[in-house]
Ligand binder design. Structure first.
Ligand SMILES: [Zn+2]
Length: 155
């Protein structure tokens, strides 16, 4: 029954048994899935791997093998490691960018503080000089005394 064969059995041109280990993971409508895995790992090796694994992790294992095979075909030198190192590079770039922005924020906050404190210093100096002016005026008024010789007039 050619129509019911899985992608692996179709590719290997053999009969697909009812207990075929490939058929749950390599459906006939997605021949590329088996082609990639077969090209990188070899179909019989994949079959051996699947037999060694408990059934509940086989789906995940096949998905991982397929992803890794895809990466290896697209990037024969680095495969998945190429993607991992690109992602690490992106994380590093983002961290550098974050550090720059945090530094800029700190500098701007510092400048803001300096402007505010300069304003406070200026207004304090202004206020103090006004106060001194007022005090000097009031001092001059306080210092105004009757001449000392006036009481002498009554003596
Ligand atoms: Zn099969």
């Amino acid at each position: 029954m050619i129509y019911g064969r899985c992608a692996a059995c179709k590719s290997q041109r053999r009969r697909c048994p009812s207990d075929c280990i490939f058929s749950p993971y390599f459906p006939a409508n997605d021949p590329q899935r088996f082609a990639y895995v077969h090209k990188i790992y070899g179909g019989s090796n994949v079959g051996k791997m699947l037999q060694q694994l408990p059934e509940y992790v086989r789906d995940q294992a096949v998905n991982t093998l397929y992803l890794e095979a895809q990466c290896r075909i697209q990037d024969p030198v680095y495969g998945c490691v190429g993607i991992v190192s690109k992602l690490y590079q992106q994380i590093h770039d983002a961290e550098v960018e974050l550090a720059k922005i945090q530094t800029q924020i700190a500098c701007l906050q510092n400048q803001q503080f300096e402007v505010e404190s300069n304003f406070n210093v200026l207004s304090t100096i202004e206020a103090e000089s006004n106060l001194n002016f007022l005090q000097s005026q009031s001092n001059s008024m306080e210092q105004f005394q009757w001449p000392n010789h006036v009481p002498n007039l009554f003596n």
